[in-house]
Design a protein around this ligand. Structure first.
Ligand code: COA
Length: 123
C-alpha cells in the first residue's frame, strides 16, 4: 500500500507517500522485488518521497530494493490530533524507518532532532 501522508516538521509541511503492507504470498520468487521496482519507478516518475516502517527481518529486502534506513527516526514520529499528543506505547527497538528520497528533499527533516508530527497514527 502506498498512501499520501502529510508530515509536519519545524513549522513546515511535507507531502510524502507512506508505504506499508508490502507482501508476497509466495516468498523468494522475486515478486517482492518486482513490486518494489514498480513502486520505485512510480515514485521517481512523480517525484515523490516514500517512508515506511518495518521489522528488522525485512531490512535486507528493502536495502536491496534501494531504500535507505534511518536509525532513530521512528521514535521522532509523534501522532497529534485535535485532542493533543498521543504517546506511542510501542517498543520500536526491532523496527526502523526506511525512505526513498532521490533528490534528498527531506534531508532537513531526517537529520533534525525535533519531533515529526503526523495527524494520523503511524500508517
Ligand atoms: C518481504 C517480502 C515482501 C519480500 O518478498 P519476496 O518476494 O519474498 O522477495 P524476493 O523474492 O523479491 O527477494 C528479494 C531479495 O530479498 C531477500 N529477502 C526477501 N525477503 C527477505 C527478508 N524478509 N529478509 C531478508 N532478505 C529478504 C531475498 O533473499 C532476495 O535476495 P537475493 O536477490 O539476493 O536472492 C516477503 O518476504 C513478505 O511478504 N514478507 C512478509 C510480509 C512482510 O513482513 N512485509 C513487510 C511489511 S513492511
Amino acid at each position: 500500500m502506498l498512501k499520501p501522508v502529510k508530515i509536519f516538521y519545524d513549522s513546515k509541511q511535507y507531502q510524502i507517500m507512506g508505504i506499508a503492507n508490502v507482501m508476497a504470498i509466495e516468498k523468494s520468487k522475486g515478486y517482492g522485488t518486482t513490486l518494489m521496482d514498480h513502486i520505485r519507478n512510480y515514485l521517481e516518475k512523480n517525484k515523490l518521497i516514500c517512508i515506511g516502517n518495518t521489522h528488522r527481518d525485512n531490512f535486507n529486502f528493502y536495502k536491496k530494493c534501494g531504500f535507505r534506513f534511518i536509525s532513530g527516526l521512528v521514535d521522532r514520529f509523534v501522532h497529534l490530533d485535535e485532542n493533543g499528543k498521543h504517546e506511542s506505547k510501542n517498543d520500536w527497538s526491532d523496527y526502523s524507518m526506511f525512505i526513498y528520497d532521490k533528490d534528498n528533499k527531506i534531508e532537513e527533516v531526517i537529520k533534525g532532532k525535533k519531533d515529526i508530527i503526523i495527524k494520523i497514527p503511524l500508517w
